[in-house]
Design a protein around this ligand. Structure first.
Ligand SMILES: Nc1nc2c(ncn2[C@@H]2O[C@H](COP(=O)(O)OP(=O)(O)O)[C@@H](O)[C@H]2O)c(=O)[nH]1
Ligand SMILES: [Mg+2]
Length: 425
């Protein structure tokens, strides 16, 4: 039998309201000790909470209970909506501890129980984890789609198809003998081709990590071009040191910002020049070149032709006597703000093509790896016309998909995932 656990599930006090959740077989009995008779399921009622030992009033709170069949954890669950003061929360938590038979939850334990009790699968847990950490609208939408089972339902359909095909292959096995291995069943080949096409479509889409980690924008060019000034204006803070001295920025500075609801990581770096006699600056220039190579977008502030993936800028445009912009350069002054709106519009537009489409499923690395491995199994299957081999590849696909949803899981993966949650979730 599971322990009964409790935790503060809302944010850190003080706040208007603090929600303490109690989950497990003893949840209702414990809640009754301090709140008296509990309201009917899923009905919120105001109750006086009292210390069971002294009878002292602790708070007046809204009490809600959810029976196991309708609770998020799949266990009896009680919520106490307290006044969100630190001492109120402490007093109620102390009273719950004193009752005995229940203990404070560890991080992610409520979600773990939901998973263990089959309320959600591992893919949905991943979506939930991303949802709790979502900081931009795009992240929220992508995470919610996964958390709501958008991918899980697709996986269930694949598993059903594979199971059906396995049954067909295994039935064929029973009727064939070893010397009489026929051609691959054409219906099987067609079903597998459809499955593989669906997987390849998902694999070809922009990955979910781009949404979480941000579009990497390298701000590059010669020293004193105005790179650090631009990054400060774009991020709205003094992230990088600005000075009219060549070689001021030597290390790489990464500034995460949301612009137009899109997460970006702006990367400031040493100015590119070949003649530096400063050892540290030369290392910085080497790093800068690596950053340019790895960036999703490059903002190029140089006069020479820009590198690939670059938006070519004509910076410090407010200064006279600069020779004027060339064809293809976006005229920009970080000082006057001239051209900034156009630059931001261009950045958001470029990012749009690199990010998952708003309502399309975006897969995480783990999800992509599993699907790619399944696709490999199916292509290996296609190279044989032995039903015994077919059956084995199909079986392996089922194992991979089971691991993806957590029906059979590796412990270290579970630890890593549930470790991302906070106490009370
Ligand atoms: N007039 C003008 N000066 C600028 C502009 N942007 C940067 N600067 C100046 O140019 C110098 C170098 O700027 P900085 O951002 O440090 O260049 P970095 O070496 O490319 O990072 C500093 O003195 C800045 O104040 C701009 O848009 N207009
Ligand atoms: Mg700089």
């Amino acid at each position: 039998v599971a322990d009964t656990i409790f935790a503060l599930s809302s944010g850190a006090p003080p706040a208007a309201i603090a929600i303490v959740r109690i989950s497990g077989p003893g949840a209702e009995a414990a809640a009754e000790r301090i709140a008296g008779k509990l309201p009917p399921p899923r009905v919120a009622k105001l109750r006086a909470l009292r210390d069971p030992a002294s009878g002292m009033l602790l708070d007046r709170a809204l009490v809600l209970r959810f029976p196991p069949d309708g609770s998020v954890t799949g266990e009896a669950l009680v919520e106490l909506h307290l006044h969100g003061g630190r001492a109120v929360v402490d007093a109620v938590m102390a009273a719950l501890t004193a009752i005995g038979g229940l203990r404070p939850a560890v991080a992610g334990e409520f979600t773990w129980r939901a998973f263990e009790n089959g309320r959600i699968d591992l893919v949905e847990v991943e979506g939930l984890s991303d949802l709790l950490r979502a900081e931009t609208e795009a992240q929220r939408r992508a995470a919610l789609a996964i958390a709501e089972g958008g991918l899980s339902s697709r996986i269930a359909a694949w598993e059903a198809t594979i199971l059906r095909l396995s049954a067909r292959v295994e039935a064929a096995l029973d009727f064939s003998d070893e010397d009489d291995v026929g051609d691959t069943d054409p219906a099987l080949a067609a079903d597998l081709a459809a499955l593989t096409a669906e997987w390849n479509d998902l694999l070809s889409r922009p990955p979910a990590e781009r949404l979480r980690d941000g579009i990497r924008v390298a701000i590059a060019g010669p020293p004193n071009a105005g790179k650090s000034t631009l990054i400060n204006v774009l991020s709205g803070r003094e992230a990088a040191i600005v000075a009219p001295v060549a070689g001021t920025t030597r290390d790489v500075i990464e500034v995460p910002v949301a612009i137009g609801g899109v997460p970006f990581v702006l990367i400031d770096m040493a100015g590119l020049r070949g003649d530096s006699d400063d050892e540290i600056e030369r290392i910085g220039i080497g790093k800068a070149q690596a950053m340019i190579a790895g960036a999703d977008i490059v903002l190029w502030l140089g006069d020479e032709a820009p590198p690939a993936r670059a938006i070519w800028l004509y910076p410090r445009s407010d200064e006279a006597g600069r020779g004027g912009p060339r064809q293809g350069q976006l005229v920009l002054s970080a000082r006057t703000g001239d051209g900034m709106a156009a630059l931001i519009e261009l950045l958001v537009e470029r990012a749009g093509a690199l990010l998952p489409r708003p309502d399309a499923l975006a897969l995480s690395r783990r999800q992509r790896d599993a699907i790619a491995t399944c696709a490999d199994e199916i292509s290996a299957l296609g190279e044989s016309n032995d039903p015994l081999i077919h059956a084995e590849h199909l079986r392996r696909c089922r194992v991979i998909l089971d691991a993806l949803t957590g029906r059979s899981g590796t412990e270290d993966m579970l630890d890593a995932l549930f470790g991302t949650f906070c106490i009370g979730k």
